[in-house]
Ligand binder design. Sequence first.
Ligand code: PCA
Length: 210
Amino acid sequence: MMRILVTGFEPFGGSPINPSEILAQAIAEEHWPGAIVSRAVLPVVGGQGKESSRAALGRAIELNQPSLVVCFGESAKATHIAFERVAVNLRDDRIADNAGVQIQDQPIVAGGPDAYFSSLPVRAMRDACEGEGVPALISMSAGTFICNEIMYTLLHGIEVGEFQSVVSGGFIHVPQLPEQAAERGGPSAELRHILTGVRASFLTLISPLG
Ligand code: PCA
């Protein structure tokens, strides 16, 4: 059995919900032939402290021993499901995180590589998503806030052997939900459409035949 960890983020930036948290729960509750899928909710808190998203991710990996980690986050600007290709070694925040900390122009890992590429098959995942009629894209930037930070942290941890069970990982941004867009404007997508697309993309991870 393949072990997969999915993560979502808690709400941030004034919204009472985060679709990535709801999505991670829905995925983990489904039956996946050939895979055990566990989930964790990460705080929208950067840095290295024990309340940080990094620490929560480390604890969830330790507990679940996944070979694959897929992190989800919300992007209020996203029109499509975005399979992130690149994480950069930069924290440069437009807003404060949920600990009230706003960081600008700082590396995530001092002396670390400038960037890591996702080790998920992003093109196959995007194609599978679109095959279900759900618009999706391969994104070249996960931003410079906590989502990019956790993606960088995950890929760096895999690279340096910190997360020993983990072979590959990556990040997917999802649009906000219609009820969030009704409050603050911007594009949105229905949760059931997001779930349909993400489910199809996950099958490419689990099935050796794609
Ligand atoms: N989105 C934010 C952080 C948490 C989330 O869901 C981001 O894109 O960085």
